[in-house]
Design a protein around this ligand. Sequence first.
Ligand code: AP5
Length: 213
Amino acid sequence: MNLLLFGPPGAGKGTQSTFLVEKLDMRHISTGDLFRSAMKNNTELGQKAKQYMDKGQLVPDEIVIGMVEEKLKSLSGQSFILDGFPRTEPQAKALDQLLTQLDLKLDWVVSLNVPDETLISRLTGRRVCKGCGAVYHVDSKPTQKSGVCDVCGGEVIQRADDKEDVIKDRLEVYRKSTAPLIDYYQAQNKLLDIDGTGATEAVFERIKAAVAK
Ligand code: AP5
C-alpha cells in the first residue's frame, strides 16, 4: 500500500509517518526532511532550498520533482509514504506521470484536518533534534532533559521556519497553492478525510482504520 500524507504545516504528517514506518514497514519520503538534510550537509541543493524555506515559501517545482523522481526510482518494491509532496498542481501532475512511468500506484491520500489555532500552537512549540531529526513538542512531547534529544543525545532546537511570522506565511502558502489539491485527489476518489486532533496514537488508529477499508 502506498500513501500520501496531506495537510497544512503542523497537521502531524511527520509524526504519523513515523508510526506508519514503525508499524507497517513503509519507506518515508519527506521532501522537507530531504531539504533539511541537504541544508545540514551544505550541498548546492541545500543552499538553494534554504533561500525559500527560511521565508516559508515553496522551493521551485522543478527542483522538488527531480528530487522525488530519484527517490521513487530507488524504491525497489517497498511501499512508500509521501509527506509534503505534492504541494502544487504541477507537482501533482508530475507525480501522476512518474507513477505511471514507474508502474507504481498511489492507494490513498490521507488528509489530516486540524484547526488553525492548534496548528500554530503545535508549530511554535515544536522542537527538533539537530542530530537525528527526532521531533518533540514543549508541552505534548517534551524531552526528558531540557534541550537534549532522548534518542541520540543531540542538541534540540527550534526550526528556523517555526517562528510565528514565518508560520503565518507558511499557512497562507498552504491555503493558496496546496489546499486546492484536495479537489484534485477527491476527483481521483483517493481522498480520506481524517480528524488530526487528539492524541497522536488516536490519530494513527483513525488512519489505520480508514486505509483498511
Ligand atoms: P515540511 O518539512 O514538509 O513542512 P510542513 O509541510 O510545513 O509540515 P511540518 O513539518 O511543519 O508539519 P507536520 O505536518 O509534519 O507536523 P509534525 O508531525 O512535525 O516543509 C518545510 C519547507 O520545505 C516548506 O515550507 C517548503 O519551503 C519546503 N518544501 C517541502 N516540500 C516541498 C514541496 N513539495 N514543494 C516546495 N517546497 C517544499 O507535528 C508538528 C508538531 O506537533 C510536533 O511538535 C509534534 O510533536 C506535534 N504533534 C503532532 N501531532 C500531534 C497531536 N496529535 N497532538 C499533539 N501534538 C502533536
